[in-house]
Design a protein around this ligand. Structure first.
Ligand code: DX5
Ligand code: ZN
Length: 229
């Protein structure tokens, strides 16, 4: 077995202990997390309600790792700047969450954060084409958004491959991140398909080992895989 040290791991605090979020963030930081994935849900775009800018601001002093903020809210525009001011380093939005995608991405960048676009399982990869020059991150949802602990939808692997090719063709430095049902088995499939970052909630916070062991297990690739690569 070898380790893919260059794969970014972004634990989703959706599966952390909400009564002790500061300690949870310090723990995943110490355990080797590269980014902190924060799932923002509005009870409207998705059927769940989670974290607002005040909580993000309160968590920011607990780590120096970048905050990877996933906005599952519609419309997103009225809250983008509030999340950036609270400490979001990456802000990712869904293309169907607001009326003007390009304007929203520009608002993220002019507000001082890096811009991400999120593709639901039912969203076509081509949605990135008109805006790829604005993107720092593409997030492929491998579950339907709204809840942790769902099963990985394997049909999304083909989309990851298509998006990896699009990123290569663009010549731009864009993170290709996968979110939903990522565990030590599906993480290998994502990495083989071209993912460069992995979000994991259950696998990190509710996995069998320590947080450090659970994060390491997501980076691990079999020797056979590495030889193919
Ligand atoms: C789902 C969220 C995910 C979720 C992943 O809407 O975007 O980030 O927390 O949880 P797991 O890793 O448990 O599937
Ligand atoms: Zn997410």
């Amino acid at each position: 077995m070898i380790m893919s040290e260059n794969i970014l791991i972004s634990p989703s605090i959706l599966s952390a202990d909400f009564a002790d979020l500061g300690a949870e963030i310090r723990a995943i930081d110490a355990a080797g997390a590269d980014m902190i994935h924060i799932d923002v849900m509005d009870g409207h775009y998705v059927p769940n309600l989670t974290i607002g800018p005040m909580v993000v601001k309160a968590l920011k002093p607990h780590t120096d790792k970048p905050f990877d903020v996933h906005l599952m809210i519609a419309p997103a525009d009225p809250l983008i700047q509030a999340f950036i001011d609270a400490g979001a380093d990456y802000v990712s939005i869904h293309p169907d969450a607001g009326p003007h995608l390009h304007r929203s991405l520009q608002a993220i960048k002019s507000g001082g954060a890096k811009a991400g676009l999120v593709l639901n399982p039912g969203t076509h990869a081509d949605v990135v084409d008109p805006v790829i020059d604005e993107l720092d991150l593409i997030l492929v949802m491998s579950v339907n958004p709204g809840f942790g602990g769902q099963s990985f939808i394997t049909s999304q692997l083909d989309k990851i491959r298509v998006l990896a090719d699009k990123i290569k063709a663009s010549g731009r430095d864009i993170i290709l991140e996968v979110d939903g049902g990522v565990n030590p088995i599906t993480s290998q499939q994502c990495i083989e398909a071209g993912a460069t970052a992995l979000v994991a909630g259950s696998a990190v916070f509710k996995g069998a080992g320590s947080y450090a062991e659970n994060i390491a297990a997501l980076r691990r690739q079999s020797t056979a895989t590495s030889q193919v690569a």
